[in-house]
Design a binder for this molecule. Sequence first.
Ligand code: NAP
Length: 228
Amino acid sequence: METIGILGTGRMGVRLACMFAEAGRDVILASRDIERSSRLVLGLKNSNLRSGSYADAAAAQFVLPAMFLRDGMLNILEPLRDQLDGKIYIDISNPFNDTYTDFILPWDTSGAEQIQNHFPKTRVVGAFKNVWWEVFDAPKFGDMVSDVFVVSDDTQAKTKLFNLTENTPFRYLDAGKLSNARTIERMTLLSGELGQRYGYFPRMNYKLLGEQWIPGEADRISSLILNS
Ligand SMILES: NC(=O)c1ccc[n+]([C@@H]2O[C@H](COP(=O)([O-])OP(=O)(O)OC[C@H]3O[C@@H](n4cnc5c(N)ncnc54)[C@H](OP(=O)(O)O)[C@@H]3O)[C@@H](O)[C@H]2O)c1
């Protein structure tokens, strides 16, 4: 069975560990403080979960660091560089500042691209960036399943991520190239602001609404516009 190593036992790390374990994946939940991850794993009571150090988690086939860039994530991962080579790195980062009012990166880059540039031999796939932590506890909105936008420049890595997420309670959309993370990450900044204004925060996510479209009768007004 393929193993996912999750580094960080905060809001996202623990929930993603539970989600993947419940979907039948083998998960290592890792902390800087191994006693903390052991206690958490004991309390979570899922036989697909085990605890470990960051180095243990970085030995997994899929590595998912669940920490903030602003907390020095790239430096924290530096000692694991050799282990990360060739791995699929599931990047969930949004480069928020300490007050969550803005990003620490300019508009012409993204957390995902910074990570890929810093660790060029890893296969970075961006995902879960818009899913606020509370959503994992009750993923459906009524009977509606929400979306996870998946970005990468590595098509095979993206396919592996899609396979890995089988049986998890989201719809996964291929959101294209890694640099699309610039938009997707900033969508989180927007949803945070909107959610607080309308009282949804942090129970919110995006869903792309659409229908298969076949040109036809509904096109009548377009034809009129063109031909008048
Ligand atoms: N919160 C959300 O709703 C959400 C949604 C989508 C994406 N994200 C992204 O997910 C990542 C994690 O977010 P989170 O909300 O789960 O963060 P969090 O609750 O603050 O947890 C971050 C974890 O990082 C680890 N860590 C390692 N070095 C650290 C340091 N120097 N200072 C503080 N923590 C350190 C800690 O785990 P250990 O002590 O166990 O090592 C900590 O529990 C971020 O990149 C964020 O942008 C968050």
